[in-house]
Design a protein around this ligand. Structure first.
Ligand code: AMP
Length: 120
């Protein structure tokens, strides 16, 4: 699948953040994932949790590296536990039509306010 590879894509913004080439407020880093504040927060808590390896979508990540996806979810929960009482949305925009703009999978950890359902 295109984009599932782990090779470095020169235009991958999140690889540049992970490498320290683009500044970001890093809130967590381990051997599998890095988390940083979203530059355009949509809620009081808005953190992106990103695998170090580049996979385009959450399904590609699940197929190629399920332990990394599990770590991503664990870190998301930990951030929500620390910042917003464990209540959060974990969003993976998948595809341009629903708003994916960076094609390096990332979980949006959103919390700290009420959310409507259905989502907009
Ligand atoms: P998505 O639209 O789901 O692909 O999410 C991409 C997210 O990356 C958006 O919420 C952006 O605000 C965020 N973003 C873009 N550039 C940066 C950056 N330099 N540092 C942190 N977050 C960023």
């Amino acid at each position: 699948m295109s984009g599932s590879g782990t090779g470095r894509a020169p235009d991958d913004l999140f690889l540049k953040i992970i490498a320290g080439e683009v500044p970001a407020t890093i809130v967590h880093a381990d051997d599998l994932v890095v988390a940083f504040e979203d530059v355009d927060p949509q809620a009081p808590v808005h953190v992106l949790v990103v695998p170090r390896e580049r996979h385009e979508t959450v399904a590609a990540l699940a197929a190629a590296a399920p332990a990394t996806l599990a770590r991503l979810v664990e870190v998301a929960q930990r951030i929500a536990d620390e910042r917003c009482g464990g209540h959060f949305r974990l969003v993976f925009n998948t595809g341009e039509d629903v708003g994916q703009s960076v094609f390096h999978v990332h979980g949006h950890v959103l919390g700290g306010r009420g959310f409507t359902w259905p989502p907009g």
